[in-house]
Design a protein around this ligand. Structure first.
Ligand SMILES: N[C@@H](CCC(=O)N[C@@H](CS)C(=O)NCC(=O)O)C(=O)O
Length: 216
């Protein structure tokens, strides 16, 4: 797999959002070179013929790694960790109980925190001009986020320092980006979750990935 690292052309499409940050962050955790196409969301740049040809979903992030074209931020983070990050412990070994827990945290974070609650809040507040006002849905989503994220809060309060224990993994990238997103939406976080986010965002990979994720 490391030969691929040295020879294939790697291009990451997308910048400027919590979801694009996930891919930039993992690439910088791995320290592997890539080209950037920092197209933005809601700019029309995901609708061009060139990008639509690559991703008919018209969504960022999108990774090209040699012949592979891959959408979905959690899939990109997991693919990169599996292909290039096992020596660094960025994902547990395939088939292990720890890998099963890695998947549990990834799917939980993407579904219960990203899609079901944070994005619902965003849709009916910051994007209300498109999706409409829906105060009840926003209230329920805030409560839902609070209830669901408590699972991470309890685990990190009693174990940690990362979701899977001693090793920082792709699952921490997904959770941290959701926690930062929650803070931007003024959803309160417990002291344990704030300390966790301070720990994960103090990493060099985060600092470099965050800088790469800025749109000029
Ligand atoms: N589940 C997808 C969601 C991707 C997504 O919705 N991306 C948004 C930006 S955060 C997007 O590209 N929207 C299309 C646009 O705004 O043009 C993932 O995690 O990658």
């Amino acid at each position: 797999m490391t030969e691929k690292n040295e020879t294939s052309r790697r291009i990451l499409w997308g910048a400027g959002t919590a979801r694009t940050l996930r891919a930039h962050w993992m690439l910088h955790e791995l320290g592997i070179a890539y080209e950037m196409r920092p197209i933005g969301s809601r700019t029309g740049e995901t609708q061009t013929a060139e990008f639509t040809g690559l991703n008919p979903r018209q969504k960022i992030p999108l990774l090209q790694d040699g012949d592979l074209t891959l959408a979905e931020s959690a899939a990109i983070v997991t693919y990169l960790a599996e292909t290039y990050g096992q020596p660094a412990g960025l994902i547990p070994p395939a088939g292990s109980p720890e890998r099963a827990k890695y998947f549990e945290w990834c799917f939980f974070t993407m579904m219960e925190l990203d899609a079901h609650t944070l994005y619902v809040i965003r849709k009916h507040t910051q994007l209300a001009r498109i999706y409409g006002e829906a105060a009840d849905a926003v209230r329920a989503a805030r409560e839902g986020f609070d209830k669901q994220v408590r699972v991470a809060d309890q685990l990190l309060g009693s174990k940690g320092p990362f979701l899977l224990g001693g090793s920082f993994t792709g699952a921490d990238i997904l959770l941290t980006t959701c926690l930062s997103w929650a803070q931007r939406l003024e959803v309160p976080l417990s002291a344990t979750l704030q300390e966790y986010a301070e720990r994960t965002t103090s990493r060099e990979g985060y600092r470099l990935g965050f800088a790469a994720n800025q749109r000029a």
